[in-house]
Design a protein around this ligand. Structure first.
Ligand code: DX5
Ligand code: ZN
Length: 229
């Protein structure tokens, strides 16, 4: 289903990995965003996670499509947009136009427009991800899993970086993995560090988002290396 699956797992130096690391820029120094991302890139991170929050779906406001557009062609990592916004269907075109490589939206926000959101993303040749908050059961996305490239299982309540990993929420990774086709990417986001990533790896996740653990780490290189597996 994914055209160039291998490329998603390949670091900018050409090395291939079994796991994808997508550092969340929410924990980076926004005044030096380009160089911050390039640092993660040089240590092997394949993606760059962009947390988009609207102050409605989550109680925080962050950044939007213009930031994705500015980063396009400036960094080599894939631009992984995580939309934590109401009415994703209305804004997905902006994130497509901005050059996102992966667009993930929340099923709690898309309502009866979930299929339309997936179609819109896929028609543009962009990878489509669907996400569930910690209290949302996997059954809600069951019918959509065959249609998407990625499922994002949140292991904190979306809204802020630096929160504590919720082990119960991570259990859902197993359920998603049990459903699926091999090439589905299962991304996990929230409270990820060396220890919690290991738990998620065992459950079947293969893409790790990490904010504080990467960007606030005095040894960013080892942090990324460990997550890459
Ligand atoms: C939370 C965001 C996460 C967050 C992760 O709503 O979706 O991507 O930045 O930060 P850490 O890894 O610090 O929990
Ligand atoms: Zn996120």
């Amino acid at each position: 289903m994914i055209k160039d699956l291998q490329a998603l797992y390949t670091s900018v130096d050409g090395s291939k990995h079994d796991y994808i690391v997508s550092p969340s820029i929410l924990s980076s120094d926004f005044a030096n965003l380009e160089s911050e991302i390039k640092k993660t890139e040089s240590y092997g991170a394949q993606w760059c996670h962009i947390d988009v929050m609207d102050g409605h779906f989550v109680p925080n406001i962050t950044i939007g499509a213009p930031v994705v557009k500015s980063l396009k062609n400036r960094v080599k990592t894939k631009l992984d947009a995580h939309l934590m916004i109401e009415n994703p269907l209305k804004y997905i075109p902006d994130f497509i136009a901005a050059g996102s490589d992966i667009i993930t939206f929340h099923v709690e926000a898309s309502g009866d427009k979930t299929s339309d959101c997936i179609q819109m993303i896929k028609n543009a040749g962009v990878l489509a991800g669907i996400s569930i908050k910690p209290k949302t059961p996997v059954s809600v996305i069951k019918d959509f899993i065959p249609l998407v490239d990625m499922v994002l299982v949140m292991t904190v309540e979306p809204g802020f970086s630096g929160q504590k990993f919720m082990t119960e929420a991570a259990q859902k990774i197993k359920e998603v993995r049990a459903f699926v086709k091999e090439d589905l990417i299962i991304q996990v986001d929230g409270g990820i560090n060396a220890e919690t990533a290991e738990i998620c790896r065992e459950y079947g996740a293969n893409c790790f988002v990490a904010g504080n653990y990467v960007y606030k780490n005095p040894d960013m290189k080892s942090a990324i290396k460990g997550l890459l597996g």
